[in-house]
Design a protein around this ligand. Structure first.
Ligand code: S3P
Length: 167
């Protein structure tokens, strides 16, 4: 089985993915990290030097390669991964893939992302918490219809990692 975690930036895909993979004895993969290894530069530099379209193309390629070649994995995707091209349909049609949307509230996302926005090129320029929250509100709304196509939706607000892993 391949468990693919999707959800907005800051929803805990990497933290929960690692914990889930330990529990299942599966391999953990983080899509952003795999892209950085392949490109040999970090995500912020890919965005600034090569642009978002280039990043989305690589994201798509690396994701499809992992799904086609790996098994017994938990894959933490980037917040935008399922929202571009035919990625969500591809995941839903792939054998042995279970998509899980980690649903997080606007307030929790704002608090978390405000302290970690520097490494995220889409939000690093937003100076105040209010501006960040306005951005997330609109952006999340645009992406929700894709996230909600996941096979499983788990609310993660105010839950311990172990509780979410159990669910
Ligand atoms: C993005 C989310 C990031 C990373 C890139 C773009 C997005 O991953 O892929 O900065 O479009 O939401 P995380 O969700 O792990 O922060």
């Amino acid at each position: 089985m391949k468990i693919v975690l999707i959800g907005y930036m800051g929803s805990g895909k990497s933290t929960l993915g690692k914990a889930l993979s330990d529990k299942l004895n599966y391999t953990f993969k983080d899509l952003d990290t795999e892209i950085e290894l392949k490109e040999e530069i970090n995500i912020a530099t890919i965005f600034s030097e090569k642009g978002e379209i280039y990043f989305r193309k690589k994201e798509n390629e690396v994701l499809r390669n992992i799904i086609a070649t790996q098994n017994q994995i938990v894959l933490a995707t980037g917040g935008g991964t399922p929202c571009y091209g035919t990625v969500m349909d591809y995941l839903k049609e792939s054998d042995d893939v279970v998509t899980v949307y980690l649903k997080t509230s606007l307030d929790v996302l704002t608090e978390r992302l405000y302290s970690e926005k520097e490494k995220r090129p889409l939000i690093s320029h937003l100076e105040s918490k209010e501006k960040l929250q306005d951005f997330i509100r609109k952006h999340l709304f645009e992406r929700l219809f894709v996230y909600n196509k996941a096979a499983l939706v788990i609310s993660v607000d105010n839950k311990d990692v172990s509780k979410v892993v159990e669910e």
